[in-house]
Design a protein around this ligand. Structure first.
Ligand SMILES: C[S@@+](CC[C@H](N)C(=O)[O-])C[C@H]1O[C@@H](n2cnc3c(N)ncnc32)[C@H](O)[C@@H]1O
Length: 287
């Protein structure tokens, strides 16, 4: 409880993602240029992409209709139009997660040397994890090349010189791409997926991806962590591995989100490799 109070005090100051809920879509109908100016959307880029296409994407994005419904191209365009589309650069959930992982690492003497961040976007996870694991080898991945390019540019100034960090384009819902990634970069001790499984088009897509990652990419004794803000029950369950009991499971209400953020850690023990069966009807969703 003490930890929670401490966290809530900190949360008061993290107001950056409130903007997300304050958009006035009526403005968009009147003057798109003005709308872009008001909400820091790159209008010149919108002209390049095409106004019709950009408007459609911005509406989808501002109406919160991306869960289960976001293509790679849209993701690239979104990162071109908005610097930090999800306001994720230094979210309080990344700080809370780094505290959780620090507690677990110390408690269970976990050796977490190779860290894979999935959907790492603007680098929020890395920002906090690098202080806890200064000697780890970090792989920041995302489906968006544009996001990685911008992040690399930002980190090159300081962090990339102090830490071991690689940037790799990776779509977590493509088994082929995951297999290629595995053969090139091998296994990891800590895998972090924060706010990314929700973009899988359906439950099975998310399940198959999580299974592949857990079975093949995670090392034994490694930790696979899933973090989701619970706001759309159809897409945002953090229980992506339905056959395994999480080793850590906690929900926290942060001041800057309407719904709680859910933190799940799965640990891979020797006996816990699960069969990947694509058309397995026994799979049931858990919320
Ligand atoms: C809501 S943001 C979360 C960013 C960051 N993980 C965080 O928690 O602050 C979702 C991120 O997932 C990425 N993404 C969306 N679909 C993806 C996919 N299929 N594979 C990998 N990344 C994906 C997006 O480009 C975006 O950077």
């Amino acid at each position: 409880m003490q930890i929670k109070n401490f966290r809530e005090k900190k949360i008061k100051h993290a107001s950056n993602d409130l903007k997300y809920y304050k958009m006035n879509l009526n403005l968009l109908k009147i003057d798109f240029k003005e709308f872009c100016r008001k909400y820091s959307i790159n209008y010149k880029m919108a002209l390049k992409i095409g106004i019709k296409k950009s408007k459609k994407l911005v509406i989808k994005y501002r109406n919160d209709e991306l869960d289960g419904n976001l293509s790679k191209n849209e993701c690239e365009d979104l990162y071109k139009l908005v610097k930090d589309p999800w306001g994720c650069s230094k979210l309080i959930r990344h700080k809370i997660f780094s505290e959780i992982i620090f507690e677990q690492k110390s408690k269970y003497k976990l050796n977490l040397k190779r860290i894979l961040i999935l959907g790492g976007g603007v680098g929020g996870e890395f920002h906090y994890l690098k202080d806890i694991f200064p000697n780890a080898e970090f792989f920041i991945t995302d489906i968006s090349k544009e996001a990685l390019k911008n992040l690399k540019k930002k980190l090159e100034l300081v962090e990339a010189k102090l830490y071991s960090v690689k940037f790799v384009e990776l779509d977590i819902f493509s088994e082929k791409i995951l297999s290629n990634f595995l053969s090139q970069y091998s296994n990891f001790d800590l895998i972090v997926a924060s706010g990314v499984f929700r973009y899988g088009k359906d439950y099975k897509t998310r399940y198959n991806s999580a299974n592949f990652i857990f079975n093949n990419i995670l090392n034994y004794n490694g930790i696979f962590s899933v973090i989701e803000v619970r706001q759309d029950p159809k897409h945002d369950s953090p229980y992506v591995l339905t056959r395994i009991e999480p080793f850590y499971d906690n929900k926290m209400q942060t001041k800057n989100r309407v719904n709680p953020t859910h933190f799940i850690l799965y640990q891979k023990k020797q006996s816990e490799k699960i069969e990947v069966t694509k058309n397995d009807n026994r799979i049931t969703e858990r919320n």
